[in-house]
Ligand binder design. Structure first.
Ligand code: H79
Length: 586
């Protein structure tokens, strides 16, 4: 499988492969695949981790020269084409006196996270650790003059949290031979000079100065060659054989895969190995003072259950301030998730993915031998019928409180009798104990079979854009603003679940005076012509939800994204509940 270089959205999911060819150009020890396999198994069980984006960009915090800068905060240098000479002056102001490794790692622990990954060096090139390889680092270039990563890594070890580093291996806007800065430097670069001068020495530093690293998280591999990537991998594995490497190292040389940023596959996805969803709590990774677009705990707990049921891990980001404070709103949200996990962790950690395919947004299921954990995300009323579950269910009970749930056979599945109201405001976990270890699933309902008629609810997509909002009461998204060269959008990630022609229906509601705008649905991937496209007009619905045919869409296994957006601003207030794809018979 080929890696599609991470650009606007990295939609490629990369094969996890444990047996890597050893580098021929370096005289290093061969890898120990056993150690990698063991580390991967442990990583799979962790399920939930904390991502931390922290660097000089926390000082401008989304504003440059008094002007608000749209987009992700850590990209401000690039977006504003800030010269190195100017940006690097930020280091002289960086003094995170409120940083506390104990507090940060304790927050991760309180949130129920099992691992932590922090930016050692992002694309701006600034090392947030003590580096002899480059003076452009937090010890040598800031008034703080200390190495926060020493404290943080030790605090994580103390609390039994796995610790890993993010490292931008190709993009480096501070270096003439790094990639990305075409405003200070000529186009021509020598990546090898950059690698040997900065990357390899710094990788050695981060692998030798902070104890055991559970993983290195590379990003935007871009233009490094296969040999350069192999050398990078060999170096990591020779220094720490158990350190995992993510797929964004490039050239299929990772141990496990990332989905695109904030991208959750629409179906269970287990055939290409372990994967992880890197995701934001608001609309940025690095701190932005004006970004208050926080996801709510219900959304995040639901996403955790959704991701784990599909086979992934969830790496959820916080962006601390330049003072070293994790925004209080982030802290509150994370602690709320942690309280839910205190009670419901059994249904997340160490579980196996759903044995059933994904049909709607009522529930997701995770499993352990002999047990199914139904995560009820949208309360279905007095009864919940699970079609296609053929196992005998011996007993069922709520993970909260342990009260028994009445069960009976119904059709080819099971019906549970539920109380009038949700047992948990975010995700009520119903445990079903079955006969035998593995569940028996009826034909057509298995995780490897995609339903012929597939409802893609808005909640399952990525709501792209700062103005877009989700409403739980109507299960719909709105705020589809159109900009000159961009749009807010609802984006789905099929990850090989779809192949062929599909009849498309859109379920939406629109006030009569907001109707008439045009929408499109495009199935595509970066750098290629669309695989399929339909276009339509938002009709008056008198604020009622209606389902309208929209045409026929071709989707291929390589299709990275299915994007719904508007072509103008006329119907920006439309509420989109779902897009339904029915496999065309012809
Ligand atoms: O570290 C986080 C991001 O900074 C990084 N990956 C996550 C984990 C990332 N690198 N590249 N991208 C994400 C894609 C970025 C695309 C954009 Fe842009 C940056 C969109 C807007 C700003 C590039 C510059 C494309 C348009 C302007």
């Amino acid at each position: 499988m080929k890696y599609i270089a991470s650009g606007v959205i990295c939609a490629a999911l990369i094969l996890a492969s444990c047996s890597q060819p050893n580098s021929t150009s370096t005289a290093r020890q061969p890898e120990d695949p056993q150690k990698t396999a063991e580390a991967l198994k442990h990583f799979d069980q962790n399920k939930f981790g904390m991502f931390i984006h922290w660097g000089l960009y926390a000082i401008p915090a989304g504003e440059w020269k008094g002007k608000y800068v749209r987009g992700i905060g850590e990209w401000i240098m690039f977006r504003e084409k800030i010269p190195v000479a100017e940006y690097s002056k930020l280091a002289g102001e960086f003094n995170p006196v409120k940083f506390s490794g104990a507090e940060w790692s304790q927050l991760a622990k309180d949130a129920g996270m099992k691992y932590l990954v922090i930016t050692s060096k992002h694309h701006d090139g600034f090392a947030m650790f003590a580096s002899k390889a480059s003076k452009y680092n937090i010890v040598d270039a800031t008034p703080y003059a200390k190495d926060p990563m020493k404290e943080l890594s030790a605090a994580c070890a103390e609390r039994g949290l796995d610790f890993g580093f993010y490292y931008s291996q190709d993009q480096d806007w501070h270096e003439a031979n790094g990639r990305g800065n075409n405003w200070d430097f000529p186009e021509k670069r020598d990546a090898q000079v950059y690698l040997e001068g900065k990357v390899f020495p710094q990788i050695r530093e981060i692998l030798t100065q902070y104890g055991k690293l559970s993983l290195i998280w590379f990003d935007t591999p871009g233009l490094l060659s296969d040999q350069q990537t192999a050398d990078l991998r060999a170096m990591v594995k020779s220094l720490q054989p158990s350190c995992l490497i993510n797929s964004r190292i490039g050239h299929d040389r990772g141990d496990y895969a990332q989905t695109g940023d904030n991208a959750i596959p629409i179906q269970v996805y287990t055939k290409d190995g372990k994967w992880e969803v890197p995701a934001t709590l608001n609309d940025t990774w690095g701190y932005k003072k004006n970004d208050q677009h926080w996801k709510d705990p219900r959304d995040l707990i639901g996403k955790l259950a959704d991701i784990v049921s599909k086979g992934g891990n969830y790496l959820l980001n916080v962006g601390p301030t330049a003072e070293g404070v994790i925004p209080p709103a982030s802290q509150d949200i994370l602690r709320t998730i942690g309280k839910w996990l205190d009670v419901n962790g059994e249904s997340i950690y160490g579980t196996n993915p759903s044995p059933m395919n994904i049909r709607d947004i009522t529930w997701r299921v995770t499993t352990k031998p002999g047990k199914l954990y139904f995560h009820i995300l949208n309360w279905p009323g007095a009864r919940m019928r699970v079609d296609g579950l053929e196992s005998e269910v011996k007993r069922a009970y709520w993970l909260t409180g342990g009260a028994a749930v009445p069960i009976k056979k119904a059709g080819n599945g099971i019906e549970f009798t539920l109380p009038a109201k949700a047992v948990d405001p975010y995700d009520s976990v119903l445990v079903a104990e079955i006969d035998g270890d593995a569940p028996k699933i009826a034909a057509g309902y298995g995780a490897d079979e995609v339903p012929a008629k597939l409802d893609l609810y808005a909640w399952v997509g990525h709501l792209r854009g700062e103005e877009i909002r989700y409403d739980w009461a109507t299960q719909s998204a709105s705020g589809f603003k159109k900009f000159e060269n961009a749009s807010n959008a609802l984006v789905y990630f099929p990850y090989k679940a779809l192949d062929g022609d599909y009849d498309v229906e859109v379920t939406y509601s629109c006030a009569n005076d907001a109707a008439g705008g045009k929408f499109q649905i495009v199935a595509g991937r970066r750098g290629a012509n669309p695989d399929g496209r339909v276009e339509g007009t938002i009709e008056k619905t008198g604020n009622q939800f209606v389902t309208r045919k929209a045409g026929r869409l071709t989707v291929r296994p390589q299709t990275g994204q299915i994007i719904f957006d508007l072509l103008d601003d006329k119907s920006a207030a439309v509420k989109i509940r779902k897009i339904t794809l029915s496999r065309a018979s012809s």
